[in-house]
Design a protein around this ligand. Structure first.
Ligand SMILES: [Zn+2]
Length: 125
């Protein structure tokens, strides 16, 4: 996800989701891209940010924008939000919940111990 502040001070967020195109953790391709600005997404791209079917890039990007707008001018609330995040244990990721393999697709790009496809591990360069 990337956020930029354009010349006219409008915020643009881009979120890209990928899907498995094979069985190794390297076999991924972009499948969903969202350019987020509610009005522009609907008018220019016909993307409804309120769609609720599965994991959508639009929902991720929408949440990113909402968080940005909530905290961009409120340093005190941002400090409190960071504290709450640090004190809240993250939920189990879908990859971990499925023991890093789902429908034959390796989900372990960062741990050789959990990788089942044998492709190079990211971060070992
Ligand atoms: Zn793997």
């Amino acid at each position: 996800m990337a956020c930029t502040n354009s010349a006219n001070n409008r915020i643009v967020s881009i979120d890209v989701e990928c899907m498995a195109t094979g069985f190794t953790h390297e076999d991924r391709a972009p499948c969903s891209v969202a350019l987020v600005d509610t009005h522009e997404a609907m008018v220019l791209l016909n993307i409804d940010l309120n769609a609720q079917n599965g994991h959508l890039a639009t929902e991720d990007a929408r949440a990113s924008i909402l968080l940005y707008l909530q905290y961009k001018d409120n340093a005190r609330d941002l400090i409190d939000a960071r504290r709450r995040l640090l004190n809240t244990r993250p939920r189990t990721t879908p990859a971990k919940a499925n023991n890093y393999k789902y429908e034959g697709v390796c989900l372990s790009a960062y741990s050789a111990n959990l990788c089942t496809c044998g492709r190079p591990i990211r971060g070992d360069d």
